[in-house]
Design a protein around this ligand. Structure first.
Ligand SMILES: C[S@@+](CC[C@H](N)C(=O)[O-])C[C@H]1O[C@@H](n2cnc3c(N)ncnc32)[C@H](O)[C@@H]1O
Length: 392
């Protein structure tokens, strides 16, 4: 059931989006619609106060009232072993690139930052103090920034938040499930013709409808066949990687997300694309309803991401599955070390989802990048076995 607050937020967002749609002539390309639905200040999904991330759809408060609702769970929310394994990759990259800073994009509740900052010193020190001198977070969501500040309060000034990148960025860059949250364009082929899919509001209507317009845009590879086909392209995620490349002077970047190389992404049988919405841990494919209350996301075309990064001056250091990456980073011994009591069994069950092939292990991938020519001869820890860069 919708609370009155949710209803009024949704209507305020609807009015705002309707106004923008009218201003641009009555048609919003889907990426603009998605940007407003997710990030419109104060109203969009990532800008409003809904909890969004968490393990359970609901939690009961005093007297049994539902006090919290979340929509999806990410790797660091699922198990702290994610960050505890990633710490070894971060330390390896800090040593290899001679940097002492971590930059995290889209830090959610701050769970991954907490795991990394709490566990670095257990295994990795620098002669002059903390290996990570500064941990900087960039997040579009003011609401999540508040949660991050609360989660990370024990680290004081070592953690900072910024809204824009410095002219010269140095350090290890992390982004878990951030590229998939960036707005995508929708392309649809009907009767052999390509259209860009957008949305419109018919006169007096209170619900969005799909509307397609002829376009010169195409997927980056030919999609064999003449059958009807809908897919996504990722200009914003690719622009983000180009901007990162322009600013990054030293270090390495690791992006973890669900997705495929382009041959799989634009497979002729994937004819309805990968766009998905998440609400109260249920997935659906209709972003035009409950706008502002649902996460909207699309899988990553990792070939496109790697090419955009390369064109802008980054080298691809590795590409592999999350399972391979985490095993290379030592998640196996961490799983073995969990206690055998009932709490340990429950924690192992959660952590196993990170690497199980039918859960996150195979679908999620890790892409590692570094400024061109700087990392020659270094194979980052997470890619020492099972690298799949050749599949991109
Ligand atoms: C799906 S959540 C993932 C959160 C967290 N990384 C985790 O794994 O739990 C996506 C996050 O990316 C942020 N985000 C989206 N686009 C961004 C951008 N261009 N720059 C920085 N953060 C962004 C959102 O505000 C949100 O915190």
């Amino acid at each position: 059931m919708q609370t009155p607050e949710a209803t009024s937020l949704t209507s305020a967002l609807f009015l705002r989006m309707a106004q923008v749609c009218a201003e641009v002539g009555g048609w919003l390309p889907f990426d603009r619609f998605m940007a407003l639905a997710l990030y419109e200040p104060g109203l969009g999904y990532y800008a409003n106060d809904r909890p969004k991330l968490g393990r359970m759809p609901q939690a009961k408060g005093v007297g049994g009232a539902v006090v919290e609702g979340s929509d999806f769970v990410t790797a660091p929310e699922l198990s702290p072993l994610f960050g505890q394994a990633l710490v070894h990759q971060v330390a390896d990259a800090l040593h290899a690139t001679g940097t002492r800073e971590v930059w995290e994009f889209g830090a959610g509740t701050g769970a991954l930052a907490l795991q990394i900052l709490q566990h670095t010193n257990e295994h990795h020190q620098a002669p002059d103090g903390d290996l990570i001198q500064k941990y900087t977070i960039v997040d579009l969501s003011g609401n999540l920034r508040e949660r991050q500040q609360h989660t990370l309060r024990e680290f004081g000034d070592r953690v900072q938040w910024v809204d824009r990148l410095p002219a010269q960025l140095q350090g290890v860059v992390l982004g878990n499930e951030v590229l998939d949250a960036m707005p995508v364009k929708l392309l649809t082929r009907r009767g052999g013709e390509w259209f860009e899919r957008g949305v419109a509001l018919p006169d007096g209507a209170t619900a969005w409808v799909w509307q397609d317009r002829p376009t010169g845009l195409r997927p980056p590879v030919d999609v064999p066949g003449n059958h009807d086909y809908t897919t996504e392209i990722h200009p914003q995620a690719e622009a983000f990687l180009r901007t990162l490349a322009d600013h990054m002077v030293r270090g390495a970047a690791f992006f973890i997300d669900y997705g495929f190389p382009e041959a799989e992404f634009f497979h002729p049988q994937r004819d309805t694309g990968t766009l998905a919405c998440h609400h109260l841990h249920r997935m659906d494919a209709d972003p035009l309803v409950r706008v502002g209350e649902k996460d909207i996301t699309a899988h990553i075309n990792f070939t496109g991401a790697a090419l955009a990064a390369q064109d802008a001056g980054l080298d691809v250091l590795g590409y592999t599955t999350q399972a391979r990456f985490l095993f290379n980073c030592g998640v196996g011994p961490l799983l073995d070390a969990l206690p055998h009591d009932s709490a340990g069994v429950a924690r192992r069950a959660m952590a196993s989802k990170l690497v199980n092939e039918h859960e996150m292990g195979e679908l999620f991938k890790v892409l590692a990048l570094a400024p061109a020519g700087q990392a020659e001869g270094w194979v980052p820890l997470g890619f020492t076995a099972g690298d799949r860069t050749h599949t991109l």
